[in-house]
Write a protein that binds this ligand. Structure first.
Ligand SMILES: [Ca+2]
Length: 228
């Protein structure tokens, strides 16, 4: 018995050169996305005492891409590199005066089960000092989804750290210190209809502030989940 053989060519309507081009474009896009989401950035003040990661004083004229060329400010990292989930910003021991509210802008939805944007300090040694406890000042505003803040200190603001639930649906705040803020240490305002949000707030120290934690996200819909 002669095996049945398929001899009819299937017409796809797609010229043969197109598929390799599509595959190449996909590969280039994937490599670009990967390359932009595993970066480590370094920030340092002008002193090396208690430093954990940096081997040189910080300067915004440096790249911030290695331990011996740290930036002096978080803002210069944000402005120059637009950090996304998968990136890590290391802010070494020191006090960092802020002339304006620091903000991690929204760069698109994060990945709850995968990569997060991490901003790490040396617990008890790294402080962001807003130097303006009046008005509506904020030490750090988080709009980026899937952001983890660990080991940072916040002082001299009205609100130490504020999460914007409209775009930041997932956040973790751990081992941070909040002191000398005139209002809340952490504030997550209500944003009904923003969707399900998950926030893990653990092992933080709050003292010498006007108030503690104000956690509301999606309070009217019951879709905000906090673990404190
Ligand atoms: Ca330092």
């Amino acid at each position: 018995m002669t095996p049945h053989r398929h001899t009819t060519r299937r017409k796809t309507g797609v010229p043969t050169p197109v598929l390799p081009v599509v595959l190449l474009a996909t590969a280039l896009l994937a490599s670009r996305l990967c390359a932009s989401s595993n970066r480590i950035f370094y920030v340092n003040d002008n002193a090396l005492a208690d430093d954990r990661w940096c081997t040189a004083p910080g300067s915004d004229s440096q790249s911030g891409l290695s331990s011996n060329t740290p930036k002096a400010t978080l803002q210069d990292i944000i402005t120059n590199y637009h950090p996304v989930p998968g990136d890590t910003i290391l802010i070494d021991a020191g006090s960092y005066p802020l002339a304006a509210d620091a903000e991690l802008p929204d760069t698109g939805p994060g990945n709850p089960g995968g990569v997060w944007l991490k901003v790490l300090g040396v617990p008890g040694k790294t402080f962001l000092d807003r130097q303006a406890p009046g008005g509506d000042s904020v030490g750090l505003r988080i709009r980026q989804d899937c952001t983890r803040i660990e080991g940072l200190g916040f002082r001299g603001a009205k609100t130490g750290l504020r999460i914007e639930p409209a775009t930041c649906r997932n956040a973790e705040i751990a081992r941070c210190r909040f002191t000398d803020n005139s209002g809340y240490a952490i504030h997550v305002p209500n944003d009904a209809g923003a969707g399900v949000s998950h926030y893990l707030i653990r092992n933080n120290l709050v003292f010498g502030s006007g108030a503690g934690l104000n956690l509301q996200a999606d309070a009217t819909t019951g879709s905000g989940w906090f673990t404190v």
